[in-house]
Every structure is written in structure tokens, then in C-alpha cells.
Design a protein. Sequence first.
Length: 461
Amino acid sequence: MHAQDPPREHQVVNPATEEVVATVPATAPHDVDAAVARAAAAQSRWAALAPADRARLLRRFASVVDAHVEELAWTEVREAGHPVGNARWEAGNVRDLLDYAAGGVERLNGRQIPVAGGVNLTFAEPLGVVAVIAPWNFPMPVAAWGTAPALAAGNAVLLKPAETTPLTALRLAELALEAGLPEDLFQVLPGAGPVTGSALVDHPGVAKVVFTGSTAVGREIMAKCAAGVKRVTLELGGKSPNIVFADADVARAAAAAPGSFLDNTGQDCCARSRILVQREVYDDFLARLEPAVREFTAGDPADPATLMGPLISAAHRERVRGYVPEDAPALIRGQVPEGPGHWYPATVLAADPGDRTAVEEIFGPVAVVLPFEDEADAVRLANATEYGLSGSVWTRDVGRALRVSRAVAAGNLSVNSHSSVRYSTPFGGYGRSGLGRELGPDALDSFTETKNVFLSTEEQQ
């Protein structure tokens, strides 16, 4: 094999033990060509089915996933190092999203638009073949975010999972066949991003690309899609603020904060990794935050009591470590297990607004705390980033909650909560956090073309 040749297989490594759990063949560019051809043929047959039949098959797919939630969860534990409680939620989210998307199949309505001289109708028609390029941080849910509505809208899906986490995706494809979905309609193509992913993005038979990952790669994909005038949805990075006002329930805000940036070991683009606290309660908040962070237990992902697992890889751990030198002004440092595994402790840093740790996405269990003076200062600090994905506002003042939520440039805000992502509500970012919206009642629309048809009612001579 030449040095420039892509790998023919990828090893899947358990991040908590560093043991190889599987070896998965990589998809070569010529395999992508064949997959696209098969998907196009399957899509034509799928789109020709009665909407009720497509909906029924998607609900059956959801039911089969439900019967395998435990299996899928433990697979996620092994390949991604997620705590088993989190992994069970992720598998359940796939089930729920399939069920939710199935409900939209028969409600993908066109419109009748009043015009002179006839009747004007619009139709929502499927795009064809959709490529979904999923990340390693939430392999199951994010794959389903693109796959479920695309299938519901009548498309075929080619899913490329991350090299490190292909196992749950491959199993979902098997479960789709078990549920009765047509062969080749939903295919999983493991492989490297620069090889398999690029082949999908460049392929003229792919009508749309859905990508979740880094802003840098998202830019490259967007440029490639522009060359082919190809649709794209991008869910990219984040550096979300957690804004705590003096009138908030400070004890509750401090208790909730660790979960907002330590869940999934901080490998979450929605992580509230910039904690902005009004100066009057800054010291009180920090005093309450420290025990809450230390109670966010890191350990064996198979233990139901574990709240935080390892980082995905040794390389990623070194990237995170690069943001926190040994002499960094850490306010809080947690504990992690000794021995094998890509562990990194929960870390809270003091920072100035322009510090690298305060503006760049670390994608690990690291947060910075900054004081602010008043509402205007809080909004200024919250918007001092190129990202705009998510964020939280803690206050008892409803008017302030609405003012600040409207003023913060982000796509998903929550008040007195860190829960801003649901399969039933739109999700997406401002600025360099992405393009387009996923989830919610309009998700199917982004996988359709609008066709306009005018029928003349003028009397024929």
C-alpha cells in the first residue's frame, strides 16, 4: 500500500479502557459510487409508496429500535465511552425521533394559493439521495436528526459515521432492514472524512449534505456544495454562555452548572463553557459551584452512578490539555480514575474576556468564569464570540429573561434551565455555529423541493 493510500479499515477503541473492540472496513470512493446508485433506485420505490405506508414502516423502525435500546446503549458505551445512563437516553432519542418524523409523513402538505384564471398548487417533493455525515460526540442522536426526517420526506439516506464511532450506525442500518425498510434505502458507509466523506460531498448524485462537526470542516463542505449548487445543513461549533444574574436562585444555578459543561465530558457543541456571573453574587456562586463540580463523578461508563466518562481519544485529550497549561489559574479541578483511558478532569478557570479559553471551543470538560456588571455588560460578553449556538439565562425577572434571550445572538436559549434541545423544536446556530435548522415540526421541509403547478380554469375554445 502506498503511503498516500487511505486505510482499508478502522479500529474502534474503547476510550475508557483503550482496548480495540472492533475493526470496521472503510468505504472507498468507488464503493460510494455504487452506494449512491443503489440508493437512487431505492429512493424512487420509497417515494412511490403511499404516505401511510412510509409512515407505518418508520414507526415499525422506531419500535424495533425500542426493542434494542439496551443493546444500542451498551454498544455506545464501548465505542464512545459514554456513561450507560446517557447512552440509554441517546438510543431512546433515536426511537423517539423516528416516531416523531413518521407523524410528519402524512402532514407534508402543499398549499393552494389564490391566483387569477385558475388554481395554483404547491407540492413538497423529495430531494433524492441525502448524505448525513455524523460526529463522534453523539453518534446515535445526531445521525437520526438528519436520517429520520430525510426518510420521512421520501429520500434515501447515506450515513457516514465518524471513524471512531461507527458501530451503532451499522447496527441501526441492520435494524432498519429488520423493520422492513427497503434494501439500500438507508445505508451506512464507514470511512475517513477526507476519503468517504469527500466522495459523498462531491458526488453529483447526492442532492443534499447534512454535516455536524467542526467549523473548519463545515466551511470546506459548504464550499464544495456551492460548486455543485447542492443543499447543505451545517451544525458546527459553539462557545455558549451561561448567564447568572444576581436576582437568580444562585444555589440552583450553581447546582445545575456542572451538567451544562461536563455532560458528555464537555464534548458537546451546546456546552455552556462560558459562565458569566453578576459581580454581586460571583463569590457566592463559585463557593457553591466547587462542591457541585466535585460531585459530578467521573469513572467507569458501565457504572450507573458515573456522570462523566473519558474523552474520545488520546489525541483529543492532548488537544484539550493544550488549552490548560500546568500553571493555568484553575479555580476548580475535579478527579479522574488512574490507569488506562483517555481521562481529563473537570476544570474551571478564571479568565479575561479575550483569553483563548474564553473565546475558542475547547470541546472538553473545561469552563471559564467571568464576572459582569449589569444586563448590558452580560449581553456584550455573551455575544463576544464568533459562535451562536446555545446558552442559558438565570433570573427571576421574566422581563429580563425575555430581553436577554432576544439580545443574545444564539439559536437556542433556555431560561433557568440548560435544556434547549428537543426533537420537537428547531435546532441550529447563528454565525459560525452553522447553517439551517434541524428537528422540530419543520424538519421535513428542509429535505424537500417545492414544486409549483398552475391549472388554468379558463374555458377552452
